[in-house]
Every structure is written in C-alpha cells, then in structure tokens.
Design a protein around this ligand. Structure first.
Ligand code: BV8
Length: 251
C-alpha cells in the first residue's frame, strides 16, 4: 500500500506534470471479475496461447478460436468497470493531457467513460472481415453464428484483436511511442510487463525523463526501473491517490 511519504512525493510530481500517460494491462480489470492472462485463475491456465490467440490457430480451426472469444465476451459482457477504471476516466478532467494506452481488449475503460484511449491489442467487441478488412462493432452475447460470416462478402469474420506473432497497428504503436516519450509521468497499472512491444513503452518514457509509477500487487520485470513501485490492487490504490490529489490539487 502507498505509504504517506510516497504518496506525498507522488502528488507533488503529479501537480507539476503537464502530460500524463497511463499504460494498463489485464490486472486493472481483475477486480471487475475478468480473469487475467497469467494469474492463478488466468485465462491461459485452461488454454495454451499457441492453441488460440494466433492466426495459425484461427486458420486451422476458426470455430474453436471463436468459441473461446464468445466465451470471453460472455464473461466480459456481464462485468462493470471498477473504481480503478473510474478514477482513470475522471482523470481526463483532472489532467487535460492524459493519454490512456491499454493492452486490454475488454472495453471497460470506454464503459467507465475514458475517451482518450489507444487500444494496442484491439477490442473484443469489434469484428474484422478477413477479405475486405472492414471493421464492425458487435455486442451479441452469444454470437448469432460461430464462426461469424461477413454479410457483405460471405468471408470469415475474425476478432479485431492483435494475436501473438501479429504486428500491432503501426499508427497506434507509433502514436503510443510518441505519447510515452512526451509524458512527464507514466502510470503502469496491472501488467506483468512481458508482452512486447507494449512492455517497452515505460522504458521509452523513462529514457525521455518521465517518472514511472507502477501499481501491481506483485513485482514485475519493470519494478526495478520505476520511480514508484506501489504494491497493491489498482481498484484500491488509484482511488487512494485520487483522494490525496483532491486534497492538494490546485483546481
Ligand atoms: C509482435 C490480444 C512483431 C489477444 C494479446 C515469437 C513469435 C512471435 C512473436 C513473439 C515471439 N516471442 C515473443 C514474441 C513477441 C510477442 C510477445 O511479447 N510474447 C511474450 C509472451 C513473450 N508479442 C507479439 O507477438 C506481439 N506482436 O511482436 O509483432 C512480430 C511479428 C512477427 C514475429 C515476431 C514479432 C503481439 C502481442 C499481442 C498479443 N495479444 N492480446 C487476446 O487477448 O485474445 S496480449 C495479452 O497479454 C493481452 O492483451 C494482455 O493485456 C497482454 C499482456 O498481459 P497483461 O495485460 O500484462 O496480463 P497478465 O495476466 O500477464 O498480467 C496481469 C498483471 O496484473 C499481473 O502482473 C498481476 O500481478 C497484475 N494484477 C492482478 N490483479 C491486479 C493486478 N494489478 C493491479 N490490480 C489488481 N487487482
């Protein structure tokens, strides 16, 4: 838990900061009841990544991959943003230049009200035509047909997410690198900091002089390189920082 001293120094830094960036991972949605990837009850426990979150797996068995995503949509669809998501959404008013870069595909940041979002790995509520590349939103729970077919051309639709071995959108990645190099403070919340290239963004920020604030119940490979490594749940720590900010922040 953030001690008084740490919070005090952190609040001072936040008061002087112009640009704030926040990088989130699956951990920020854990308190909403969504399993993380590598945690105890992690999504990968029941499945092997190479079995499901890859283009090869989809090409070999689109029905199996879509059954996994349909199952995840069913879980995520019943979940709500937690206090951690809500503080981040509110901070778009507190910090005019707040940029949210998320590895998550669950859409909970949008549901909490965040607007300024870069989705590095796509969004589970978006489908993409494998022929035309058109992207459509679909919130059906469950999906009406598995695998879903494009109504325009009859080709397979795929989840509009980035699979292992696939490159991220060059635009989103470039903009995220730019935002990381321009921020004065980067919060790194709920990520095991192992998946590349997302895990390199805090180093972009740090090398450009930003203060790095990690919020995670467990240490990660990033922890040693942070200015603040706060051990705790984001749904508790972010509201705690927000309360301290409110006490001192010049309106
Ligand atoms: C790429 C979308 C260039 C899909 C995801 C071999 C071949 C090909 C590529 C590679 C290779 N070896 C390595 C790579 C690169 C690979 C990679 O990084 N692999 C890792 C595993 C080593 N990366 C890629 O493939 C990327 N593309 O590199 O393209 C390229 C192209 C061709 C060939 C080579 C390179 C694409 C990566 C994107 C993959 N897609 N998701 C889907 O979701 O179905 S990644 C997936 O992991 C999610 O997006 C997730 O967000 C992300 C990262 O995981 P985390 O978010 O950190 O979640 P995790 O469970 O790990 O950790 C949760 C954390 O929360 C923990 O630390 C826990 O302590 C904490 N926590 C728990 N509770 C709380 C909490 N924190 C706060 N509060 C709490 N309450």
């Amino acid at each position: 838990m953030a001690g008084k001293l740490e919070t005090g120094r952190l609040i001072e830094i936040l008061q002087e900061a112009k640009n704030i960036a926040i990088l989130t991972g699956a951990g920020i949605s854990a308190e909403s009841g969504i399993p993380t990837f590598r945690g105890e009850e992690g999504l990968w426990k029941k499945y092997r990544p190479e079995e499901l979150a890859t283009l090869t797996a989809f090409s070999q068995d689109p029905k199996l991959v879509w059954e996994w995503y349909d199952w995840r949509r069913g879980i995520i669809g019943q979940k709500d943003p937690n206090p951690g998501h809500k503080v981040i959404a509110r901070w778009e008013e507190t910090f005019p230049t707040l940029s949210l870069i998320t590895q998550n595909i669950d859409g909970l940041h949008q549901k909490a009200g965040s607007k300024n979002i870069w989705e590095l790995h796509g969004n589970i509520w978006k489908l993409r035509c494998t022929e035309e590349g058109t992207i459509m939103e679909n919130y059906d729970i469950p999906l009406k047909e598995i695998p879903p077919i494009c109504s325009e051309c009859g080709a397979l639709l795929r989840p509009h997410v980035v699979w292992y071995g696939e490159s991220l959108s060059p635009t989103i990645l470039q903009e995220s690198i730019q935002l990381s190099s321009e921020c004065d403070v980067m919060f790194v919340v709920g990520t095991s900091a192992v998946v590349q290239p997302a895990a390199s963004l805090p180093f972009e920020a740090s090398e450009a002089g930003a203060k790095i604030v990690e919020i995670n119940p467990d240490p990660t490979p990033l922890s040693l390189y942070t200015d603040f490594s706060i051990r705790g749940k984001s749904g508790e720590i972010l509201p705690l920082i927000d309360r301290e900010l409110k006490k001192t922040f010049k309106a």
